[in-house]
Design a protein around this ligand. Structure first.
Ligand SMILES: NC(=O)c1ccc[n+]([C@@H]2O[C@H](COP(=O)([O-])OP(=O)(O)OC[C@H]3O[C@@H](n4cnc5c(N)ncnc54)[C@H](OP(=O)(O)O)[C@@H]3O)[C@@H](O)[C@H]2O)c1
Length: 317
C-alpha cells in the first residue's frame, strides 16, 4: 500500500508512519514543514506548506497514494486566534484540497480529528453524538470532519484523544503538561524521575478523558484503511480517567513515587481566549467492533508505552 501522510513528521504522524511501515509494510511518503531528515529514513519526504493548495495537490498527484492521512496541523492556539485566516487555511482549506485531490486519484482520505469537537459536558460521546465545539480548534476540526464525510468519495475521520506516547522523529521532544491530556503521561514520568514534587493541574481544563497511546491510535488508523471503513471513528483507548487518576496509574506503571504527586493551578497561557472542554471522555465501542480491535485498558496502554520508553521500539506484535 502507498500512503501519503501529512504531518508524518509530527508526534501523532510519526507513529502513523512507523506503524504503517513496520507493521503494515506500507510505502510511505510524508510531507514536512520544519522537519529535516538526513536522507536515511525508511520513507520519502516532500517539503510542503499545507496552506499552499497548489503544492499540496501536487504532493498527492506526484505520490499517487492509495490512502492519505491528514495529520498536519497548525499546533499553536494563540497564533490561530491572532490569524484566523491562517487557521482556516491550515485546517479547512487544506482538508478541502486533500479531499479533492484524493477524489481525483481515487485515494481513501482519512482526517485525524479530536475529542475537542465535543463541549466537555458530553461524557462518553459516541461516534454518532453531535459535536458541539466550544473553541476555535474544535470548530475548525468539525468543519474539516464535515468536508471529509460529505465530499470525499472514500473518506473517514479518525478522532484521537489525549494522545500520549513516543515521538519517533524528534530527539528533542519533551512531553509537557498542557490543558489537554495529551503528552501527560510522559510529563508525569519526566517529572517524577527528577525526584521532585509534580503538580497535577486543576481548573477549567481537560480534566477527564479517554486517553490514547499514539502507536495504538496509529494501528486503528491503519485498520480503517485496510478494512476500507468510512465514517467517523474514535481511535482511542477504552479507559476513561481523570487527570489525577492518570497520574497515579502512571506512577504505578513506571515504578515511580506517587507520594510526589501534588495538585496545582493550570497554565492557560498557550490556549488563547476560548474555554477548554472539561470532560471529553469518548465511547469507542462502535469503532472497536468496526475495526475488530480490542481497545486497550489503562494498564495495557501504560505497559505498552513503558515498553516504548524502555526499548525505543514499538511493542512487538
Ligand atoms: N497530541 C494530541 O494529544 C492530540 C489530541 C487530539 C487530536 N490530535 C490531532 O493529531 C494530529 C497531529 O497532532 P500532533 O500532536 O502530532 O501535532 P504536532 O506534533 O505539532 O505535529 C504537527 C505536524 O504538522 C506539520 N505542520 C505544521 N504546520 C504545517 C504546515 N504549514 N504545512 C505542512 N505541515 C505542517 C508539522 O510538520 P514539521 O514537523 O515538519 O514542522 C508536524 O508534522 C492533529 O490533527 C491534531 O488535531 C492530537
Amino acid at each position: 500500500m502507498r500512503l501519503l501522510v501529512t504531518g508524518g513528521t509530527g508526534f501523532v504522524g510519526s507513529n502513523i508512519v512507523k506503524v504503517a511501515i513496520e507493521r503494515h509494510q506500507a510505502s510511505v511518503v510524508t510531507t514536512s514543514h520544519s522537519w529535516r531528515g538526513d536522507g536515511s529514513e525508511p520513507f520519502s519526504v516532500v517539503p510542503v506548506d499545507m496552506t499552499n493548495p497548489v503544492a499540496l495537490r501536487a504532493a498527492v498527484i506526484d505520490s499517487r497514494p492509495d490512502a492519505i492521512v491528514h495529520s498536519a496541523i497548525l499546533n499553536d492556539f494563540v497564533r490561530m486566534y491572532a490569524d484566523r485566516s491562517l487557521a482556516w487555511q491550515s485546517y479547512v482549506e487544506s482538508t478541502e484540497t486533500l479531499v479533492a485531490a484524493a477524489n481525483e486519484v481515487g485515494a481513501k482520505m482519512v482526517l485525524i480529528s479530536t475529542d475537542w469537537v465535543f463541549d466537555g459536558a458530553q461524557p462518553a460521546a459516541t461516534e454518532k453524538t453531535p459535536p458541539n465545539p466550544i473553541n476555535l480548534y474544535g470548530v475548525l476540526k468539525v468543519v474539516g470532519e464535515t468536508i471529509v464525510t460529505s465530499t470525499a468519495n472514500d473518506g473517514a475521520v479518525a478522532r484521537v484523544a489525549g494522545v500520549n506516547g513516543t515521538h519517533w522523529l524528534r530527539d528533542d521532544y519533551v512531553a509537557a503538561q498542557n490543558p489537554g491530556l495529551g503528552h501527560f503521561i510522559g510529563a508525569v514520568v519526566n517529572g517524577l524521575r527528577t525526584g521532585q514534587p509534580f503538580a497535577v493541574w486543576e481548573g477549567p481544563l481537560n480534566m477527564v478523558g479517554t486517553p490514547a497511546l499514539a502507536s495504538e491510535s496509529a494501528e486503528m488508523v491503519m485498520r480503517i484503511i485496510e478494512k476500507d471503513r468510512r465514517g467517523i471513528f474514535h481511535c482511542t483507548s477504552g479507559a476513561t480517567v481523570d487527570r489525577m487518576g492518570l497520574a497515579l496509574a502512571t506512577a504505578a506503571a513506571f515504578d515511580l513515587d506517587a507520594e510526589l504527586l501534588t495538585v496545582g493551578p493550570g497554565d492557560f497561557s498557550g490556549t488563547g481566549p476560548a474555554p477548554i472542554p472539561v470532560d471529553t471522555s469518548l465511547d469507542a465501542t462502535y469503532t472497536s467492533d468496526a475495526l475488530d480491535y480490542e481497545l486497550p485498558d489503562l494498564d495495557r496502554l501504560l505497559a505498552t508505552f513503558r515498553h516504548e520508553v524502555d526499548h525505543a521500539e514499538l511493542l512487538p506484535v
